[in-house]
Design a protein around this ligand. Structure first.
Ligand SMILES: Cc1cc2nc3c(=O)[nH]c(=O)nc-3n(C[C@H](O)[C@H](O)[C@H](O)COP(=O)(O)O)c2cc1C
Length: 480
């Protein structure tokens, strides 16, 4: 049943079914069968990915990959997405007032490009109705154990001058019904919405939303979702406003209004429609934006990478470009649910797997890795296993390592910790110096440096990072 529903979305034989109908059929199956315990067991058995735990915003995620906004606008299948293997789900976009969205047809496939074009226009039942549904979901014990985000858009009938109140009201209504919130000012399908990225509108939206948060007295993260179509300078301005206004994270990116050259009649038709393009052709600009944002934020706030992630390679690139979490939408349509576990398996293979007593020694100070990823410049990535199996090959290379400090035990000059979900140990030795301040559990740290390998007398591989710079001290533990 599940397989049939998904083949409706992806199968070339069923291209004649329009994309929105295929999506509705899949949603029906997910909110019906996928929300029952039998359905969840089946999804789990078929698609369950491995664990690659990561802590972001003070929450543990089973791995970095979540379902992007727009697929489950009405939060109707939250248990099913979690059972399918997504480590978190973003429902919405939700607006303060109910909306039908734009007239149909409003969703088009371009199979040769693995791309979608949509001009849905925030069709959703409105914040109050969604809140009601979420309350009854909780009372039926149908709230997933994985983190849930709410995507908030501006109501079509509300002019930009009143956008700040509109976003704040929706945030207020949904406050108890999500773990984090994404302010969407970047959809191309609501007239004037992207103008809200201007400094004046945006600061007033952020001020109103911060007020709601203060009133609630709880510290839930608020993120901002960016458009890939803004110039680099505009993006940098927005990001610096985010940093000074208490935004907790950036989602990069939404869909684009740009189009590649069409490769078929079907894609010509899709690309000639107004709206936002997602999927493979969006990937390169999305990566550029992630890199740009990371350069500006230097890890001070986490980035959620989204746009054309469809494989372990594209997922990995988004991660090493600076994303702490990632999301996808289009790849679920074209590749089906197996895409989740195949991406997560790919990420895991590049993260420490069979690591026995890797000793990392730093000449002067710092760094600790829990979830560890290694990149060797320029732009080529290797797994830790690869580097360890041939350390000489990487001698004097400039490496980039990024990771999270997971709970462990600390000595005066040595820190031992165990990777979450595994029994492997990492030891970081500070050569008889005290462990410097800042090495808190839950922190994400990245280091760039020259690698020099050695073996100790008992055969343990030692990496000596001779020179390095801290790229980020990302406060992944969320603080008010
Ligand atoms: C049909 C459709 C509806 C979408 N609706 C929303 C939305 O309501 N809010 C939002 O922030 N993004 C929305 N998106 C954008 C996605 O969340 C995501 O940013 C974009 O599709 C790029 O990811 P992908 O290439 O993996 O699809 C939508 C995308 C599609 C295809």
């Amino acid at each position: 049943m599940m397989g049939i529903a998904w083949s409706l979305l992806g199968s070339p034989a069923l291209r004649l079914i329009d994309s929105e109908t295929a999506h509705s059929i899949s949603m029906r199956v997910m909110r019906g069968f996928g929300e029952t315990s039998a359905g969840q067991n089946m999804l789990n058995a078929l698609y369950r990915p491995p664990e690659v735990p990561i802590e972001v915003f003070g929450k543990m995620f089973h791995h970095p990959l979540g379902l992007a906004a727009g697929f489950d606008k009405g939060a109707e299948a939250l248990m099913a997405w979690s059972a399918m293997g997504f480590s978190w789900t973003e429902y919405g976009g939700v607006t303060r007032y109910p909306q039908d969205g734009n007239p149909k047809p409003r969703m088009f496939r371009a199979n040769r490009h693995k791309a979608l074009v949509n001009k849905m226009g925030f069709n959703n039942p409105g914040a109050s109705e969604i809140r009601k549904r979420l309350i009854s979901r909780k009372s039926e014990d149908k709230w997933p154990k994985t983190p849930v985000a709410a995507n908030i858009g501006r109501s079509k009938k509300v002019p930009n001058e009143h956008a700040a109140d509109d976003y704040a009201s929706t945030l207020d209504i949904l406050w108890d019904h999500a773990d984090m919130f994404v302010l969407n000012i970047s959809s191309p399908n609501t007239p004037g919405l992207r103008d809200l990225q201007g400094q004046e509108y945006l600061s007033s939206i952020l001020r109103s939303c911060n007020k709601v948060r203060e009133m609630k007295g709880a510290s839930k993260p608020i993120l901002l979702k960016l458009s890939p179509d803004n110039s680099d300078d505009e993006i940098l301005e927005t990001v610096s406003l985010c940093l000074s206004s208490g935004v907790d994270g950036i989602v990069a990116t939404n869909t684009t209004i740009k189009r590649p050259a069409p490769l078929s009649t079907q894609s010509r038709k899709a690309f000639s429609s107004d709206g936002g393009l997602s999927g493979r052709p969006l990937n390169s600009r999305s990566l550029e934006v992630i890199n740009l944002v990371y350069g500006e934020t230097q890890g001070k706030i986490p980035i959620v990478g989204v746009g054309g992630i469809e494989s372990k390679e594209t997922a990995w690139e988004a991660i090493i470009s600076g994303s702490s979490l990632i999301q996808l939408y289009s790849a679920l349509v074209f590749n089906g649910p197996t895409v989740v576990s195949s991406i997560v398996k790919g990420i895991k293979s590049r993260v420490i797997t069979r690591l026995s007593r890797l000793l990392i020694v730093f000449g002067i100070s710092i760094s600790i890795f829990g979830l560890m990823m290694v990149t060797v410049d320029p732009q080529v990535q290797y797994s830790v296993d690869e580097v360890m199996s041939e350390p000489e090959r990487f001698e004097r290379e400039n490496i980039f390592v990024r990771g999270i400090v997971l709970p462990g035990s600390m000595d005066y000059d040595e820190l031992v910790f165990t990777l979450q979900g595994s029994t492997e140990e990492l030891i970081v030795d500070f050569k008889e110096s005290p462990i410097p301040d800042g090495f808190d559990e839950g922190r994400t740290i990245a280091v760039r440096g020259m690698l020099k390998s050695e073996h100790s007398s008992d055969g343990t591989l030692i990496w000596i990072i001779e020179s390095f710079e801290i790229q980020t001290g990302c406060p992944s533990k969320y603080e008010a």
